[in-house]
Design a protein around this ligand. Sequence first.
Ligand SMILES: Cc1cc2nc3c(=O)[nH]c(=O)nc-3n(C[C@H](O)[C@H](O)[C@H](O)COP(=O)(O)O)c2cc1C
Length: 203
Amino acid sequence: MSDPTFWELARGRRSVRRYAARAVPSELVDKLLEAAHWAPSAHNRQPWRFVILNDASRRRRLAEAMAAHWQSDLLADGADAQQVSQRAARSIQRIVDAPLAILPCLDLDSLDVYPDPQRQQREWQMGVQSVALACQNLLLAAHHCGLAACWMCAPIFSPALVQAILDLPAAYDPQALLTIGYPPDDAPRDKARAPLATRVIAR
Ligand SMILES: Cc1cc2nc3c(=O)[nH]c(=O)nc-3n(C[C@H](O)[C@H](O)[C@H](O)COP(=O)(O)O)c2cc1C
């Protein structure tokens, strides 16, 4: 516990879903990506690829298409149509309104190739883990820089659609969508966690 700023950083980061109407300077975007790029990765392969969603109309198209996909899944599950449509609209708005949106992908071409599906699955899993670690570096760096962010899972539910709309290389496996911006005055500061002891066992 020698560096209290680290503990404050780890404890104080929150998922923030609305942002102040203020652009994120490009130097800060570079810093976030640099922090992400220093994450550990399996074989030090650095399999992360970050797609910066700068084109507003394309970003909207992506948000709408992912929401439509989500909507049809929820309706097929039997969810209430009005609620589903409200949730989809909120999701679109969150993505469209974010000052910055970054789509992290796993580059499948950077994975080792195995003759059996079991080991190939594990190799893919290590790639996903590596990208997630890079994203956590990015989220912590954002918090450190006075920004706020949120991980959205939508892209993993419709990867083909994301690939097509963003015209991504075939090997880019979308992992998430990170929305980032300056926090509003009423940004959430706390979030509950279960007692740590319920998440730890010893053998
Ligand atoms: C893999 C993953 C997927 C997530 N997907 C979403 C999402 O689709 N939408 C959302 O609002 N938050 C999403 N979150 C954020 C979580 O809801 C959030 O981390 C959790 O509630 C704890 O809150 P905190 O980040 O403020 O501590 C996701 C987080 C992770 C790690």
